[in-house]
Design a protein around this ligand. Structure first.
Ligand SMILES: [Zn+2]
Length: 243
């Protein structure tokens, strides 16, 4: 018996003539695909609540270990319709949902509530500011940490010292100072970048707008997060599931 929770529609796919499999990020049960009976028929009781990114109060019926619980109720809390109708914002939102699907194993409840809040924050930010470069970057940085892939940036991983410049080794997920640096793929990061990464990782979501980094530092951070994602975290990511 799963019961009631809040869910955000990550994606859906048709099943047979009139049914739908809706993949949710739920606050309480993690990522859960659910079976929706006949939502594609006219006058479905689900209305528009199964559209991508809809935030809804839902009821799932089935055993805790059920592969495909049944969706019995879905009431819209926030439709994110404006976001869906903006093509650029929609593509960006698909990117956030794709990261969640890639990083959070299905049915994993640890970190689910935090990821849920983060996704709501991201969708809200993209609806208000479609095209924002800041929102997807912060989302990526924080969802990596929630999934257990936070880089270790506290100090040199070998001698523990602080320094103005570090080399980040994505395959180790750690930094080394100028004295300890070694061969291998690495990216230089400054103390300022390290500070920005810390602030963006730790600030409460509703206060993130107060951080206004300069464009140069922001693109430095983007390069760093992308490299960490591509060459570090990506190694251990769960294999993609067929849609
Ligand atoms: Zn060192």
């Amino acid at each position: 018996m799963l019961g009631r929770t809040e869910g955000i529609v990550l994606r859906s796919r048709p099943l047979g003539e009139a049914d739908l499999i809706v993949e949710y990020l739920t606050r309480d049960f993690g990522i859960r695909p659910a079976f929706a009976k006949s939502p594609r028929k006219i006058k479905s009781r689900f209305g528009g609540s199964l559209e991508p990114f809809t935030h809804a109060r839902i009821s799932l019926l089935g055993r805790e270990d059920a592969n495909l619980p049944r969706l019995t109720q879905s009431d819209i809390i926030r439709p994110f319709q404006i976001l869906r109708e903006n093509s650029g914002g929609f593509v960006q939102a698909c990117g956030l949902a794709g990261l969640v699907l890639k990083l959070l194993p299905e049915r994993e409840t640890a970190g689910a509530a935090g990821t849920f809040e983060l996704l709501l924050w991201g969708l809200d930010g993209l609806e208000k500011q479609p095209g924002s470069a800041f929102v997807p970057l912060v989302f990526k940085l924080r969802v990596l940490a929630l999934a257990g892939y936070a880089p270790s940036l506290n100090g040199c991983a070998r001698c523990g010292r602080q320094s103005e410049i570090f080399c980040f080794y994505p395959r180790d997920g750690a930094i080394l100072c100028e004295n300890c640096k070694k061969d291998g793929p690495a990216i230089k990061i400054s103390a300022a970048l390290k500070g920005l990464h810390k602030s963006l990782s730790e600030f409460p979501l509703d206060k993130l707008a107060r951080i206004k980094p300069g464009e140069a530092l922001l693109s430095e951070l983007r390069a760093f997060v992308d490299m960490h994602f591509r060459e570090g975290a990506n190694i251990a990511l769960k294999p993609a599931r067929p849609v």
